[in-house]
Design a protein around this ligand. Structure first.
Ligand code: ZN
Length: 215
């Protein structure tokens, strides 16, 4: 354990969070959550992309989906996700606005069947962050800025977090956030140890591991 990992959470960090809810996010509580396993240490952030319908930005369909209020008949695409009960801890809008749906002390339902470095059920020990966007497309500077601010605060509360994509923990099923997400930019903005953002470098051993495990 590093000296940093043993540092207690500061008063300032404690004040910024209330039972796992971040004061800087707009809280929209979702019923789609459950308790984390007892004693679990949150050690992972899973990044996703979402837009509803796909490619349409700025509406309220994401909030509605995550709070079970989406009208499945409002768009033909919604038939393909009908009755889905999902959530993420956070959503970052195209303009950088941050919404929170589930307390970080609770388990949100974002990753599904998933594995990271031999550990199944990533929802148990991860925080899910959805970037409003389209899988494979690029994301806005305001979204990276909001994400970095969020990750820095999360890292003060949850030590030794690693940041990966949904595509990395469920490679056979999922492809978000996709090639348009700039992992190297995130790494340059965060300036964390490389091991904490394993996909920022294409030549990293972690990327090789992920490719092999996806075969
Ligand atoms: Zn996803």
């Amino acid at each position: 354990m590093s000296a940093n990992a043993a540092t207690p959470v500061s008063e300032r960090t404690r004040a910024a969070w209330q039972s796992g809810w971040w004061r800087r996010a707009v809280a929209i509580p979702s019923p789609n959550c459950s308790a984390r396993p007892p004693g679990i240490i949150v050690s992972l952030v899973v990044l996703h992309s979402i837009s509803l319908p796909p490619g349409s930005y700025g509406g309220d369909a994401i909030e509605r989906l995550f709070t079970n209020r989406l009208d499945w008949n409002a768009h033909p695409y919604y038939q393909s996700i009908r009755d889905l009960r999902v959530s993420a801890h956070f959503v970052i809008r195209r303009d950088g606005k941050l919404l929170q749906f589930v307390s970080c002390d609770q388990r949100a339902w974002h990753a599904g069947v998933s594995t990271w470095r031999g550990r199944d059920n990533c929802n148990d020990y991860s925080i899910g962050v959805e970037l409003e966007g389209l899988e494979g497309q690029t994301f806005e500077p305001a979204q990276y800025a909001a994400l970095v601010t969020l990750l820095r605060s999360l890292a003060r509360r949850h030590r030794a977090l690693q940041i990966v994509g949904h595509e990395h923990v469920a490679p056979a099923r999922k492809h978000d956030p996709g090639a348009g997400f700039d992992w190297a930019l995130l790494a340059s903005l965060l300036r964390w140890r490389a091991a904490r953002i394993p996909f920022a470098s294409r030549s990293s051993n972690d990327a090789v591991d992920a490719r092999e495990s996806a075969l």
